[in-house]
Design a protein around this ligand. Structure first.
Ligand SMILES: Nc1ncnc2c1ncn2[C@@H]1O[C@H](COP(=O)(O)OP(=O)(O)OP(=O)(O)O)[C@@H](O)[C@H]1O
Ligand SMILES: [Mg+2]
Length: 145
């Protein structure tokens, strides 16, 4: 069955906790090894969503935006690889990170700023779009927008 059919297509959240809770719902539905591409401007809730995933997979400790190393790896009931592609200079830099060498199934790779990876984004990545449609009102859309 198509994974999209199981996921809420569009959700409005008015607090970070609601975004967090949506992530927990989605976390339960994701296939064993997944790649999520989180699109959205600064401050729209991509990292907040990632923290919800981490909680669903019983990952303890703070989920901070990766800075120096571009991606962080966490181990819980599922491995979470959190990549912030914002500072990649070109799509080829993504390949040089050699993320596949670190993968341990079941895993989920979460990519913030997937635009920076362009055509090298894995084609099976599930796209999720984050927008602020009004002050304090965020819209999260799963799949093609
Ligand atoms: N409905 C909401 N959903 C998500 N975050 C919200 C919401 N309402 C308020 N916030 C706040 O907005 C901020 C979102 O920041 P977050 O770091 O998740 O954004 P981001 O998309 O990862 O940004 P960046 O591109 O800079 O990494 C947080 O401070 C969060 O508490
Ligand atoms: Mg972020």
């Amino acid at each position: 069955m198509n994974i999209l059919a199981k996921l809420p297509q569009q959700t409005i959240t008015t607090t970070a906790i609601e975004t967090h809770n949506l992530a927990k719902i989605i976390a339960k539905q994701l296939p064993k090894d997944s790649i999520l591409a989180l699109y959205g401007e600064l401050g729209t809730g991509k990292s907040t969503f990632t923290r919800g995933l981490a909680e669903a997979w019983q990952i303890n400790g703070p989920i901070n935006s990766p800075t120096y190393h571009f991606f962080n790896i966490y181990k819980g009931t599922r491995q979470l690889i959190h990549l912030d592609a914002y500072r990649l200079e070109n799509p080829e830099d993504y390949l040089e990170l050699m993320i596949e060498d670190y993968l341990s199934s079941p895993f989920c790779i979460v990519i913030e700023w997937p635009e920076k990876i362009g055509r090298l984004l894995p084609p099976n990545a599930l796209r999720i779009y984050f927008e602020i449609i009004q002050d304090g009102i965020h819209r999260i859309t799963v799949g093609q927008k």
